[in-house]
Design a protein around this ligand. Sequence first.
Ligand code: FES
Length: 167
Amino acid sequence: MPDAHDKDLSRRDFIKTATALIGGFIGTVIGIPAIGYLISPSLRVNEDNAWINLGVLDQYPLGAPTLFEFTRTKVNGWERTGTNYGVFVLRQTEANVRVFSNICTHLACHASWHPEVQHYICPCHDGHYDILGRNISGPPPRPLDEFRTKVEKGSLFIHLPAFKRTS
Ligand code: FES
């Protein structure tokens, strides 16, 4: 028959075991999400390098540059930064499409399309580009940057980042 001392030991063991189990449970519940939060930025793909869906290709008119704007969130460690993009979609034929950045290659103001003169014009220093984004007057040193494109199931995609071109 167990004496009072054995009963105390058994109660003490039970409390130790229960405390360890509860502590372990709490540590797991808090620890796993915390570890995931800490290491997840290093597991993310580079968000500067991505295909962006610009919607159905047929919505863009032939021969008239159309501005499409979107925002991308860049994650750098624990810092999130939203970046606005503006691109001109130019469908030259049913199947041939080119997409240019609206960032002026002089000092990065936003150019806009002016159909009356068929130029992209940068308002900051009156830089002009032709319909294919080639710099034709003013201070811009090179053409508008361009994006690689692809069409999947009727939707137009561009690849970030844009590439620089010389002509
Ligand atoms: S920033 Fe566009 S012409 Fe100067």
